[in-house]
Design a protein around this ligand. Sequence first.
Ligand code: FMN
Length: 124
Amino acid sequence: MLVDFRAHNAKVGISGILFYGCRRFLELIEGEQEDVDALFGRIERDRRHTGIELLDCRLPGRLFGDWSMPFVDLDGDAQSMPGFAGRPPNMDLRLIDEEIAEEMLILFSVHLASSAQIGSGRSA
Ligand SMILES: Cc1cc2nc3c(=O)[nH]c(=O)nc-3n(C[C@H](O)[C@H](O)[C@H](O)COP(=O)(O)O)c2cc1C
């Protein structure tokens, strides 16, 4: 599944990050407005999803431009990552809002820039 996403995203110049935890996904989609809207439309039409919510985050530009959609399992490997242990309330995707999402996205972009521990989405 991720392989298909990444191929499609790379083709249309979309970057971002995908989190999973508490049986929910959180995805940041970065790109040109029309490409982001088109992908969001595809995701909305995908009947495998329910309860899709759009978070209006304020970010300082592309955070994951060097990556093609890394995947972070918040219930798994992220728990043992330095800097993230001890933050479970902030990483509970049932409680996510814009502010928490912004904080998480910035934390992970900094972390990814300094480490290759998670995901396998690094662009060549
Ligand atoms: C959590 C989640 C995240 C997804 N993210 C992407 C993505 O970043 N890029 C993508 O092409 N498809 C993504 N998909 C798949 C889309 O929902 C959709 O199945 C796919 O784009 C094919 O759409 P189409 O059948 O309209 O061509 C995601 C699906 C799930 C379940």
